[in-house]
Design a binder for this molecule. Structure first.
Ligand SMILES: [Fe+2]
Ligand SMILES: [Fe+2]
Length: 384
């Protein structure tokens, strides 16, 4: 039924995802799903397409997913596998390596620089990483439970790891060492008069991050000094955390508007807001990024509270969404996630990640596979 996506997939989860899942909530989730599926079958056949609310409230649906719902979940599984891969790299060097998020052994100078943003940064990086691993594993397990093919990107895990001490030497899906970070989300969430869904455009918080290629993890031990260089790398990571998580914060409501099965909608409405929790955390932390200039490449992080910055567009303690225009400019302004337009949302996410340099080094085959998953998701329409 997944021929709609047109992408050959492996049936296994990513190695890191599977390994972590085994060691953490795997058994709990497996028994939950097994119990739920058994209950669904026992309760009788679910209607095709939409399931009734009563059914959705009391058990796990057992009918086959519609083509559109499967395509949306498959794209989200791919997005979560990509998120898990990048967060795993951050955790190996700057997070907490433990049985919940194994791999790597940490980089003390990088972690020290990250902790300038908040003393709890390693914990937050760890928890964000674990969240993404569980998002990917859950969506894939759910796809399987509804007779759809799960997504694996394992064949594309070919990008190099950081050579810095503390990183695992394994193939990666994402490149965190040549990022062009879009920080316009910072000013977008502070605007009271513009919304990307109504044609608004926004200035970057850190202009320099949009004008070159910068590492967000130390590429090697040579990058652990001088002090302002490793601080600039940690600051880049701090802004990239927000860039990634604001993407997820928009993606779930964008795609939720086109699912047809209430249980699939429930999944999107239950995972999506956790992305907003991540965004809110990173939005707050990166406001503490020290104003530094990287002596190796000139990348400048300004003090956003001082002229020519400051005010509502930049002030670092304004971390909740300012109310803005929504749907029609004649309506009163409202505090909302932005953007939430649904047309072309999956392809838009792929473009944003690609433009950030996250996939630098991948073969054409990778981009073709990802775009096929995205275009299948964007072709999904609610089937009532
Ligand atoms: Fe996620
Ligand atoms: Fe996320």
């Amino acid at each position: 039924m997944n021929s709609a996506a047109g992408v050959p997939v492996d049936s296994s989860l990513g190695a890191a995802v599977a390994a972590s899942n085994e060691e953490t909530a795997g058994s709990t989730r497996r028994s939950f799903l097994a119990g739920g599926v058994a209950l669904g079958v026992g309760a009788g056949l679910a209607p095709l397409g939409r399931v009734t609310s009563a059914f959705a409230d009391s058990s796990i649906a057992s009918s086959t997913l519609s083509t559109g719902d499967a395509a949306i979940l498959r794209f989200l599984a791919a997005a979560e596998i990509i998120e898990a891969d990048l967060w795993q790299q951050y955790n190996e060097l700057g997070g907490i390596q433990d049985s919940e998020v194994p791999g790597g052994s940490g980089s003390a100078p990088y972690t020290h620089a990250l902790r300038k943003l908040d003393l709890d940064m390693p914990q937050y990086i760890h928890d964000n990483t674990e969240d993404e691993i569980t998002h990917a594993a859950f969506i894939n397990a759910y796809l399987k439970s509804r007779g759809a093919e799960p997504v694996s990107l394992d064949r594309f895990r070919n990008l190099p790891s950081s050579k810095a001490s503390g990183a695992q030497q394994i193939g990666r899906l994402t490149n965190l060492m040549e990022l062009t970070v879009d920080t316009t989300w910072w000013t977008r969430y502070r605007s009271r008069s513009a919304n990307p869904d109504l044609g608004g455009s926004f200035a970057p918080a850190v202009k320099g991050l949009a004008e070159g290629k910068f590492p967000a993890i130390p590429p090697s031990d040579k990058d652990l000094h001088p002090k302002d260089h490793i601080q600039a790398i940690a600051n880049t990571a701090g802004f990239h955390f927000g860039t990634i998580e604001q993407g997820g914060t928009s993606l779930y409501p964008q795609l939720a508007q086109r699912v047809s099965d209430p249980e699939v909608l429930r999944i999107l409405l239950s995972i999506g807001p956790t992305e907003a929790m991540h965004l809110q955390t990173w939005h707050d932390k990166v406001g503490n990024a020290p104003a530094v200039t990287d002596p190796t490449n000139g990348l400048m992080f300004p003090n956003l509270n001082e002229p020519p910055f400051g005010g509502e567009d930049f002030q670092t303690n304004l971390i909740m969404p300012e109310p803005t225009v929504f749907l029609k400019k004649s309506f009163p302004t409202v505090s909302i996630i932005r953007p939430t337009h649904t047309k072309g949302a999956a392809m838009g996410a792929v473009k944003a990640l690609t433009d950030d340099g996250l996939f630098l080094g991948h073969s054409q085959e990778f981009f073709i596979a990802l775009k096929e998953l995205a275009s299948a998701a964007d072709a999904a329409v609610e089937e009532g």
